[in-house]
Ligand binder design. Sequence first.
Ligand SMILES: [Zn+2]
Length: 214
Amino acid sequence: MSEAREMAYVCPYCGKAFEITTYTTVNTRDDPDLRDRCLSGDIFRHTCPHCHTQFMVQPHMVYTDMDHRFILWLSDVELPPSVKAYAQPLAAAGFRLRRCSTIEEFTEKIQVFEDGMDDILVEIAKYDCFIEFIDNRKGNPADITSIEYQSTKNDVMKINIRTDDKGMSFHIPVNLLEEEIKAEADLYSIDEAEIPLVNSAWVISLFTQAQGNA
Ligand SMILES: [Zn+2]
């Protein structure tokens, strides 16, 4: 079952108070419409009834997808040990467990896991695209606004890099990424029971560590 709560909120634009509804848990089997609203980000979007400005509010949320067997914790802070106590049996049962520190990470993770993709492959792909973007001088790295997973079709992953004025797509064969992981299996290993963050900061930290050790 999904759970919502009413929350007093002060509009960051006009300073007036009002109530918003945020979800603390979303179960996609019980509420497929909430899954749609999570994927679109719509569930986080609120409009101030006083000044009518639209803005995003990021609550702490647990998102459970039993059909694709993954659970996401949307939280910008480390999870308490009481939460991690539940993780071990879930990890043993084959669930993917992730913390997502931002709404962008959260919506992307839903897409990746629904596509049946390994999110470690996705983060490596995004990093590789970033390096290619810089090496081939396709633009100024400072202008990059986002690097996003789009989809995987016929074993080819599509990654988009956006800058202020344009977008660029990269197509990467999944088997190349799998080989890249296999070559450095220890480096890329994660512990599901720790409910890890697997995001761009994570992949960059791996490469920085690896260079430090070399
Ligand atoms: Zn307002």
